[in-house]
Write a new protein. Sequence first.
Length: 299
Amino acid sequence: MNAAPFSPVSPMTPTRQSLASPPCWPLVVSFGGGTNSAAMLIEMARRRVRPDLIMFADTGGELPETIRFVADFSSWLESHDMPPVVTVREERQTLEQEVLAANTLPSLAFGFRSCSDKYKVRPQERYLKQWQPALDAWAAGGKVVKLIGYDAGESHRVKNHDDKRFMVAYPLVEWGWRRRECVATVEAAGFRPAKSACWFCPASKRGEVLSLAKTHPDLFARAVAMERNATTATTAIGLGRNWRWSDLVEADEQQMKLFDELPDPVPCGCYDGSASDDWANAESSHARREPTPDCNGDD
Ligand code: SF4
């Protein structure tokens, strides 16, 4: 694959050109396992911008196809002179195990993102805190450059998250890539990633729940078991918050129309793009734990 020349460097462009003069800060990608961050990495490979680290946080609730895609894409990256994907996770337990042990539901069912914070954001932060290039950069007064996979259709989400340790950049926004460019790029490379979120995510849309029941009946049964086990959940009756996944699947066609009248579930921040959102907001999200304001998940 021929590399195209770099586009002019803007302050938002975290290319090696913009970082060519010392100190050369480490370039880190939070790979969400979905379309947007995959497209970002494919284009970086084409432009010969090699990150120092690519991380994927596995909650233990990833779909099997997501795990397969991450492995296949990691091989693709290595064959294109890019680093492999490093999978990080909360080591003590999976999110499913924690939720079952507490007889509850993932926090998103109650309008909070602490599940994403604990199982997506913090494992990446922990990894960086012992990653030597980051330690060296910080010791020398430099920063780690985080690349976030928001596409240009999500540019309203771009904020200045720079602090004394990190510079945050948004290559897809800087390139003007919207969702369609991301999809086309990933498909042209031979991939079709699944939506990257836990199979029991309370942000799942009704169609996704029905699809899970058909394609992964074993996982759907575990989600239903999670709902039935959630005896301490008082403000949510199921993974749909005000509806149960089990009821949805058992409903007849007429009943499904009634479900369509219900409001959308609380959005998830872990989809590709949104996972990065959490990561970008890591410092503040630890302190806030506020209800999720909107949904921009797109994978
Ligand atoms: S995908 Fe959903 S359930 Fe899983 S960590 Fe993210 S918000 Fe929580």
